[in-house]
Design a protein around this ligand. Structure first.
Ligand code: DPM
Length: 364
């Protein structure tokens, strides 16, 4: 993705420099506990990677992974998040690592996203059955069955590749890969490139889908650290993990989704870019078969030297994110961009498309 290094580095000057290594850490704490995520495997890998980063930054701090929480395959997100938030609330753990795209745009009160890490490849990827190695969605035989339970992916791909068939596939990533490889039910499955990469399965990626084929989900590819909203020490500690460009992109994306009243499972997709101090947001809504859709792009300035920024509070939550260290004016601009784009699509009938999609999906 395009990364505007100049903007990002100037945004970084808003907080203590990290270049010279380590920091003292939150005063009140000598020990910080991250929630253990035993299942699914991806959640554990993600937690480990964030804890490793924190250990490097705060070598004097005892960082533990504890307070075991189990269960929760893909699709059981809300239950599972609730359990983790209970542990946070009861002070059994101090932080919880999530895929940002699994966190609702409005968090329960008392919690906030204290860090959004640098986004990895946000695009979707095609994983092929070994017998189709070397093919792409364009070149798979007609009527090949593609596995996905994402309404967003199915809607876009059905429209784009009418010669293919789409079928639900459930379970965590391990289960899905197994179902693909060991049976003959699916010619390919579609998953987020970032999740595959974190699992160490890059070599299974047969094709990265371009935005023309399939735009990604809000927040896809970024990790989020959820903390107690009132815990200033922990908030300060994790805030150094924020990637300013990712924060601004994801605030815009989440504001777009919130205004559309979309949750985890609506056919809504986005694409964002920061280029020359401009944040570009493309957003789209789809009917379930993709035949009906609305899509538009808007942009706003996120220049770090914008004078109006100084007067704006950085520390308030925006779509659940507390991003102290990222200029408040740019954050507000990103949030407004998402809302404006949603309003534009709503004025063209987005609500009707999503309502019908939701009803049809509930009736399935
Ligand atoms: C959400 C969706 C999916 C996950 C819906 C969507 C995919 C569900 C499915 C909101 N969460 O994307 O349209 O395929 O049935 C999830 C994955 C990751 C986080 C796995 C994946 C890893 C990538 C990341 C499940 N949540 O999408 O392949 O961190 O963004």
């Amino acid at each position: 993705m395009t990364s505007a290094d100049t903007i990002v580095s100037s945004l970084h000057t808003h907080r203590h420099t990290l270049a010279h290594g380590t920091m003292e850490g939150p005063y009140k704490y000598s020990r910080v506990r991250a929630a253990e995520r035993s299942e699914p495997h991806l959640a554990r890998i993600q937690t480990d990677s964030v804890v490793e980063k924190l250990k490097e930054l705060y070598p004097h701090l005892a960082l533990e992974i504890g307070g075991s929480c189990s269960g929760g395959a893909i699709g059981e997100k809300s239950l599972f998040t609730k359990e983790l938030e209970n542990a946070l609330e009861k002070n059994e753990v101090d932080l919880v690592v999530h895929s940002l795209k699994d966190l609702p745009t409005t968090l329960p009160s008392g919690f906030t996203i204290g860090a959004v890490l640098k986004r990895e490849n946000p695009h979707d990827a095609v994983v092929l059955h070994p017998k189709h190695l070397g093919r792409t969605l364009e070149t798979l035989p007609e009527s090949s069955v593609i596995g996905t339970s994402s309404l967003r992916r199915a809607a876009q791909l059905k429209k784009r590749f009418p010669q293919l068939l789409f079928k639900d596939i459930r379970g965590n990533l391990n289960t899905r890969l197994k179902k693909l490889d060991e049976k003959d039910d699916y010619a390919a499955i579609v998953l987020a490139a970032a999740g595959l990469r974190r699992m160490g399965w890059d070599d299974r990626i047969g094709q990265i889908l371009r935005p023309e084929d399939c735009m990604y989900a809000v927040g896809q590819g970024a990790l989020a650290v959820e903390v107690r909203a009132r815990d200033a020490d922990i908030l300060e500690m994790v805030s150094v993990l924020h990637d300013p460009e990712t924060v601004l992109r994801c605030i815009a994306e989440r504001a777009f989704l919130r205004r559309l009243e979309g949750g985890c499972s609506v056919p809504v997709a986005v694409h964002t870019e920061v280029k020359n101090s401009q944040l570009y947001l493309t957003g789209a809504v789809f009917s379930l078969d993709g035949s009906d859709s609305l899509k538009d792009t808007m942009q706003t300035s996120v220049a770090a030297d914008d004078k109006s920024s100084d007067a704006v509070d950085e520390r308030v939550q925006r779509v659940g994110v507390t991003a102290s260290g990222v200029p408040g004016g740019a954050q507000d601009g990103a949030e407004r961009l998402g809302e404006d784009l949603a309003n534009l699509l709503l004025s063209k009938g987005a609500k009707e498309i999503l309502t019908v999609a939701r009803q049809l999906n509930d009736a399935r």
